[in-house]
Design a protein around this ligand. Structure first.
Ligand SMILES: Cc1ncc(COP(=O)(O)O)c(C=O)c1O
Length: 379
């Protein structure tokens, strides 16, 4: 029986053409022709004022932390239910990630818990749109406005996702994207910073380019470039941008294939879910999900491992997700947790993500559905 993988990068057809063209060119470094094309696509697609490709979403988050001047003594509110990257970007500046619990249905930051965690030291809120389903941005924006805090949207999962028609990543001061090969479109590793307040664009270009004003030099606006600010090297090679641009050009096709799998699960699983006391991924009205992920919430932790093993016996790879950051070794050392993140701990112990990638055939999807619906929970 052929294995159905949890995630697989999808070759959409233009990647080799652009990679060959990039390889044949005389410049492979960052900010070449393909970086420009990919960046333009990203700006158009998201509607962001500014966009910069980066080497990862983690680096885009770090770039945001530098642009916000985060430093020792500052606190930043983050969900405990996220990847380490959201928190390391804060901790790497010497600031303190403050871990807050999530809402039970969307698994996104709970606005009430955010409000309760604000102190005189809070500088920003880093939100995550889990599975590309928008967090409660209206409530979080109100809290941010009341306390003068910046919002950074970690939109690693959410290319193509929106809230009331506006692309995620364009609500906060900054948004960040990931092109890791588990994401909908990929260059293996990669990311982007979306800049929604134009006043940050010039400094963002500088920080991304080792603290130099090379970007204005490349545009012919100055005749030499020099070291003008702090920074690092966050720009990807144009070879990677060529690969990424190939994926971007086929974005609609990739999304259609992924949405097909997502909707097949959403249509076929409700009866089994109801009978087995399983909750299916919840998408509130007005929030357009990008078919990045389809998860089920099993009734017990035993059923989490039970379903994963049941599927593995049938050569289907499903998986759990984040382990709570508030109780992780580095979270305990580098962060602060004002109130126990009980929903995070509970949901992390019960969540199972099903296979979802653009290369899945109708038969693959049907096989996953058959296998899932033959699982009986322990309750
Ligand atoms: C919410 C979130 N943020 C950030 C990242 C890190 O992305 P990257 O691997 O591009 O640095 C991930 C990775 O999956 C993620 O899930």
């Amino acid at each position: 029986m052929e294995r159905i993988y949890f995630s697989r990068p999808y070759l959409a057809g233009m990647e080799f053409t652009h990679l060959n063209a990039s390889l044949a060119s005389t410049s492979w470094h960052g900010d070449g022709e393909f970086t420009n094309r990919a960046t333009e696509w990203l700006r158009e697609r998201t509607g962001a004022e500014g966009a910069l490709l980066t080497t990862s979403c983690t680096h885009a988050l770090e770039l945001a932390a530098i642009l916000l001047h985060l430093g020792p003594g500052d606190e930043v509110i983050v969900p405990s239910f996220t990847f380490s990257a959201t928190a390391t970007a804060i901790a790497s500046r010497g600031a303190t990630p403050v871990f807050v619990d999530i809402e039970p249905r969307t698994l996104n930051l709970d606005p009430e818990a955010v409000e309760a965690a604000v102190t005189g030291r809070t500088k920003a809120i880093f939100v995550v749109h889990y599975a590309g389903v928008a967090c409660d941005l209206d409530a979080i924006q109100r809290i941010a406005d009341r306390h003068g805090l910046a919002i950074v949207e970690d939109n690693a999962h959410g290319i193509g996702a929106s809230l009331r028609g506006q692309h995620l990543g364009t609500f906060g001061t900054f948004g960040t994207q990931s092109w890791h090969d588990t994401k909908n479109v990929t260059s293996g590793e990669g990311g982007a910073l979306l800049i929604n307040d134009p006043k940050y664009i010039e400094r963002a270009e500088i920080v991304r380019e080792k603290g130099t004003n090379r970007a204005v030099f490349l545009r012919g606006q100055v005749d030499k470039y020099t070291w003008v600010d702090e920074g690092s090297s966050y720009l990807p090679s144009d070879l990677l941008a060529a690969l990424l641009y190939g994926q971007f050009q086929r974005f609609d096709e990739i999304q259609e294939r992924r949405q097909h799998v997502w909707h097949a699960y959403a249509d076929a699983l409700p009866q089994w879910a109801q009978e087995q006391r399983v909750d299916l991924m919840h998408v509130p009205e007005g929030r357009e999900q990008p078919a990045h992920m389809f998860y089920v919430m099993m009734p017990t932790h035993e059923d989490q491992s039970g379903l994963i093993s049941h599927l593995r016996e049938r050569e289907i790879i499903a998986t759990f997700h984040y382990q709570p950051l508030d109780s992780a070794p580095a979270g305990l050392r580098l962060g602060r947790t004002p109130s126990p993140c009980v929903i995070t701990a509970d949901r992390a112990s019960r969540l199972v993500r099903l296979p979802l990638h653009a290369g899945m055939s109708k038969a693959d999807t049907a096989r996953v559905i058959d296998a899932v619906t033959t699982y009986r929970t322990t309750t």
